[in-house]
Design a binder for this molecule. Structure first.
Ligand SMILES: *Cc1c(COP(=O)(O)O)cnc(C)c1O
Length: 433
């Protein structure tokens, strides 16, 4: 541990447990957030993002036959058999258990298909409208025409990634005709690099971690006046793309006849890396459901960057190595040692808490989910069960919020963030772990 951080650990039991590598549930005492408290990201901004994705639907439908209606969305499913397993193994067991399958989002098979694809589309629209080639009233399927590919071919898009963000940015940028470079950290899986190269994406590999890949990407993009950098640590557009998930979830709950209100609280658990995806989703959810929603982030014990950023109040001025953690994790999608300051600032007053999980717990969860529910999600994604395993902490939270009486009518949603595109041999390797 860096000596200057010792005082934070001495003062805080949660950080003490974190520094000792123990899985915990940290409860955020800055909540409850209310609409009146204000937020950098407003409802109107999220609605604007929703409308933009609507405009692009005809393009997506034409460019990606796997998305016939042009809306990239995932199913919501009840997982009662998995719920039984969790209950038998000491997890919190009041209320229904559902899973949001962003692991099956079309095109890139991860939650990054929300934020990543949204940001590329927004950038493409800005350029094409700015050049007088496109108007928001047009049918955007014209973007498939060669003249647009030629136009976007003058421009570059770059991004740093542990894998999944690179897949989303790479595939969508290449489809539009951009020159695209993905800077990959050492965590990134080989198949993701292969898939990108098959799609004509330039992949640069680094021996170092995600922070370095982002830094190099930023530098390389800054050196090219025609290049746009998708900044996972600071991007409001990525954040907005993720936030759109909330309104879609609301419609799915409505369609399933599931009511959310003070007497039927909603608990959501989302795996967290740099914080953008869970942050955006959390922000959208709080705008829609307010106090009835309790959003928990889930992080690996060795790489709980958002937790330490929020607990110390230092945001991106602290990284997990500063507290003596390795930053190494099997959960490649969550291997971000330093949190996003943007996400931390926005969700600091909104997130209910953060649960951490050891790498060893991820594989049994992956296997049980597959055995019982016939669902495959990648190990990173299995972190979504971490919150429910913190039964004592979660019970204490419910008591504190006066929710004990309504927990039998609660709805828990674990957010599966990735896995759909993981190749068969890689899945087999995971099952042998
Ligand atoms: C990226 C990712 C996350 C978390 O998103 P961040 O924006 O990095 O917090 C969670 N799960 C998977 C599988 C991911 O790829």
């Amino acid at each position: 541990m860096k000596p200057e951080f010792q005082k934070y650990v001495d003062d805080n039991p949660a950080l003490k447990a974190v520094a000792a590598g123990r899985p915990i549930l940290w409860i955020n005492d800055r909540t409850p957030w209310t609409e009146d408290a204000g937020c950098t990201v407003t409802k109107e901004m999220i609605t604007d993002a929703e409308k933009r994705l609507q405009r692009f639907a005809p393009f997506i439908a034409r460019a990606f036959p796997v998305v016939p209606d042009g809306i990239i969305e995932s199913p919501l499913r009840e997982i009662s058999l998995m719920r039984e397993y969790l209950a038998e193994n000491g997890a919190f067991d009041e209320g229904r258990l559902l899973i949001k399958l962003d692991s099956d989002l079309p095109i890139t098979g991860s939650v990054k298909a929300r934020g990543g694809i949204y940001e590329v589309l927004k950038h493409a629209e800005d350029l094409a409208v700015g050049a007088g080639l496109l108007s928001p009233e047009d049918d955007y399927s014209i973007l498939c025409e060669p003249r647009f590919r030629d136009f976007f071919g003058k421009y570059a898009v770059q991004v740093g990634s542990t894998g999944n963000l690179g897949l989303s940015i790479g595939i969508m940028s290449a489809k539009l005709g951009f020159r695209v470079t993905v800077h990959m950290s050492h965590d990134a899986r080989q198949w993701k690099k292969d898939k990108l190269r098959e799609n004509g994406v330039n992949v640069i590999e680094y021996m170092s971690d995600y922070g370095k890949a982002v830094e190099e990407g930023r530098k390389s993009s800054a050196a090219d006046p025609m290049s746009y950098f998708v900044d996972d640590e600071n991007s409001i557009d990525l954040f907005l793309g993720y936030a759109v998930a909330a309104g879609r979830l609301k419609r799915q709950l409505d369609d399933a006849g599931i009511v959310i209100d003070a007497a039927h609280p909603l608990f959501i658990y989302i795996p967290c890396g740099v914080g953008g995806a869970p942050g955006g989703i959390c922000c959208g959810i709080k705008h829609i459901f307010g106090d009835a929603a309790h959003v928990f982030f889930c992080e690996p014990t060795e790489c709980c960057s958002m937790l330490i950023g929020l607990v110390t109040g230092l945001n991106d001025a602290v990284c997990v190595q500063d507290l003596g953690l390795s930053g190494r994790t099997e959960a490649d999608g969550l291997a971000c040692a330093r949190p996003s300051a943007l996400a931390g600032r926005i969700v600091g007053p909104m997130v209910a808490g953060i649960a951490t999980v050891s790498d060893e717990s991820l594989y049994p969860l992956m296997k049980e989910l597959c055995g019982r529910e016939k669902l495959f999600i990648e190990p990173s994604s299995c972190a979504c069960f971490a919150g429910l395993y913190q039964k004592d902490g979660l019970s204490a939270y419910c008591r504190e919020k006066g929710l004990e009486g309504s927990m039998k009518d609660a709805v828990h949603i674990v957010w599966a963030t990735g896995g759909g595109l993981v190749p068969e041999d890689e899945r087999r390797r995971y099952f042998n772990m």
